[in-house]
Design a protein around this ligand. Structure first.
Ligand code: NAG
Ligand code: NAG
Length: 406
């Protein structure tokens, strides 16, 4: 006779079966509850064999130990990683303006990892961008950033700012938009424990926005003030100094046929001659004009155009990129075009005046009247503007002139 399962029989026979069943079911529930809980991770997760009740009792119910507190250094490093192609020093700046703004917003100090710029034509390494931008090759003294990285907690900026949002965020910060500031504040809080930050973006190409980064650039590249001439006074106490940049590329091709009038990155030479005459004849030229012309691979035929001014001049063409940049920039007046090297000279120049001839209107000089350095566009230039070479802003000058009128 087959044994048939009968509830009545079971109930009648032994209550012990029920007790056992209850114990086993409770155990199963307990084990699976622990298995699914965060405690499972702590006790080893699914790799462990099924823990018996004894093991469960041993596992402490306290939460996992906290991560050790990371002390973030006062000025953490923000490392801009990645190379760029063969370019002039001024043009390299187009590739990391976002990094400058983001590093500043994240209370960190921007440093660079790339090494040399290679000139394929002459098959030589021209200069080391990282050494220049890290302040190792300029007399900036204790303004040079530390090159040590605290790698206890390295964060990537790309985990917090998506590539496609980066430009809009940075532009928003530069123009003081509230939404950009609050977005940046959130990112700053999210990244507050990072002991260093790494930036691997290298597709940026920004021609303008130089007003926003001018402070950083002067801090990182401009020489200490004791390397600079004293600011010109009115009336002048010394010869006025003038720097002219003739971009190398501009003097190739059809430069001579056009008599130096159609230049891409420099001021057309007839305009340079005209303004030099204005300077010589203005009250500012009372003690003479000290003229410096920066022209790489100098060409006497090109320079001969300047003879018309009857001024003596010094040609700077040593091949030392930073040294030559300083000689160009350290002048009361700069006569330049839109070449990025000329822009760089203006951005780090002492108080004074830069007159710029714009051909392409790339916005490189937008908002760059600051730190006592004024900009006047050639199209708007009048000889009266030369007074801005004394290093006051336009409005200050107007006030002073008003004071002089009885
Ligand atoms: C110039 O400054 C203004 C005001 O701060 C800002 O709105 C604008 O975006 C800036 N332009 C550039 C090209 O930086
Ligand atoms: C240029 O230099 C020559 C020779 O040193 C000198 O005689 C002349 O006066 C100078 N011209 C000016 C404008 O300084």
């Amino acid at each position: 006779m087959p044994k048939r399962f009968s509830l009545d029989k079971l109930r009648g026979r032994t209550p012990l079966v029920w007790i056992w069943a209850a114990v086993i079911i409770s155990l199963c529930i307990l084990v699976s509850a622990v298995w699914m809980s965060p405690l499972a991770t702590y006790i080893g997760g699914p790799q462990l064999p099924l823990p018996g009740p004894a093991q469960l009792a041993v596992a402490p119910p306290s939460p996992p130990p906290e991560e050790p507190q990371v002390q973030v250094p006062a000025k953490r490093s923000y490392l801009r990683v990645g190379s760029i192609s063969t370019e002039g020093l001024g043009s390299t700046l187009h590739h990391f303006k976002h990094s400058i703004v983001l590093a500043a917003a994240l209370d960190s100090s921007l440093i660079f990892s790339w090494d040399v710029i290679y000139d394929a034509k002459f098959e030589i390494d021209v200069y080391s961008t990282s050494r220049i931008w890290n302040g190792e090759e300029s007399p900036i003294g204790n303004r040079a950033p530390s090159l040590n990285m605290d790698a206890r907690k390295v964060c990537r900026i790309s985990d917090h700012v998506r590539s496609e949002d980066r430009a809009a965020l940075v532009r928003g910060i530069c123009s003081g938009e509230d939404s950009a500031s609050s977005q940046m504040e959130k990112i700053r809080l999210d990244m507050q424990d990072c002991t260093s930050i790494v930036d691997t973006e290298y597709s940026e190409h920004t021609q303008d926005m130089n007003g926003c980064i001018m402070g950083w650039l002067r801090d990182r590249l401009a020489p200490d003030s004791h390397f600079l001439p004293s600011t010109l006074s009115l009336p002048p106490n010394r010869p006025i100094t003038v720097g002219v940049h003739i971009r190398w590329g501009d003097t190739r091709s059809d430069f001579k046929e056009l008599a130096g009038t159609q230049l891409y990155g420099s001021m057309a030479l007839p305009n340079v001659v005209r303004i030099l005459k204005d300077i010589r004849d203005s009250p500012l030229g009372e003690h003479g004009v000290k003229l410096t012309v920066l022209m790489q691979l100098q060409d006497p035929e090109v320079l001969a155009i300047l003879d018309e001014t009857e001024l003596n001049y010094t040609v700077v063409d040593s091949g030392d990129t930073v040294g030559d940049l300083y000689k160009l920039s350290n002048n009361d007046i700069l006569l330049v075009g839109e070449s990025s090297y000329g822009v760089l000279a203006h951005l780090i120049a002492p108080p004074g005046l830069t007159i710029v001839e714009m051909q392409a209107h790339l916005g490189k000089y937008t908002n760059t009247s600051g730190f006592g350095r004024n900009v006047v566009e050639l199209d708007n230039y009048t000889p009266n503007d030369l007074l801005l070479a004394v290093g006051n802003s336009m409005s200050q000058l107007e006030e002073e002139q008003a004071d002089l009128i009885p």
